[in-house]
Design a protein around this ligand. Structure first.
Ligand code: E4P
Length: 214
């Protein structure tokens, strides 16, 4: 399972790229709004740093308008992936962009059927929101597993499952168990994956023992 960062924080991306594990970035309208910078500027800056796919989401809700925005965003850099909501209009736009060879990330996916449609429409990625599913008292891991089953039952589907709305390390583990291809997570959650209190305690003891013998 690969790691993408779900952030528009340039400093955080720069710092975590040093691990060699960050293979892409996802953004969404909320994150862009929080940055208080124009979307094109933010996406351009991220694409200059990251050679992997960078998802940029359209704001339009109607197919033709989505396509206009998608073409503008796709011109920013060759690694831009167009994020489209999994609606009827988004599905039509996904089909059109796929025909044009522009990669799509079908976002706001909350059912295996939506994922199936995205897969059949040629989306490069589908983003099931596991955290928001858990928020509703449903099971985010089981949701991902059901998408994995649906895709494995249709060998013509090449869409990668990009686990999204990942709020904690447990979600990351659940995404890995469920067979997600990629997980997109905040810099905070990524850093939390590297830490364990017993690692810190063990290291402290090793260093104490080492220095007391010098
Ligand atoms: C990623 O593509 C999503 O936009 C993001 O993970 C949503 O996360 P949230 O449910 O924590 O807002």
């Amino acid at each position: 399972m690969k790691f993408f960062l779900d952030t528009v924080d340039i400093d955080a991306i720069t710092a975590l790229l040093e691990t060699g594990l960050i293979e892409g970035v996802t953004t969404n309208p909320t994150l862009i709004a929080q940055s208080r910078r124009p979307q094109h500027e933010v996406v351009r800056d991220i694409c200059a740093l990251v050679s992997g796919p960078v998802s940029a989401e359209v704001i339009a809700t109607e197919c033709e308008e989505m396509l206009k925005e998608a073409h503008d965003l796709a011109h920013i850099a060759s690694n831009v992936v167009i994020k489209l909501p999994m609606t009827f209009e988004g599905l039509k736009a996904c089909h059109r962009l796929h025909q044009e060879g522009i990669p799509v990330n079908a976002t706001l996916c909350f059912s295996p059927l939506q994922a199936l449609l995205a897969g059949r429409a040629g989306a490069m990625y589908v983003s099931p929101f596991m955290g928001r599913i858990d928020d509703c008292g449903q099971d985010g891991q089981a949701f991902l597993e059901s998408i994995r089953d649906v895709y494995d039952n249709d060998p013509t589907i090449e869409t990668q499952i990009l686990a999204a709305s990942v709020r904690n390390p447990k979600h990351v583990l659940e995404a890995a168990y469920a067979g997600a291809d990629i997980v997109t997570l905040s810099p905070t959650v990524f850093r939390a994956l590297c830490t364990h209190p017993l690692t810190d305690k063990g290291l402290e003891q090793f260093l104490k023992d080492w220095h007391s013998a010098q």
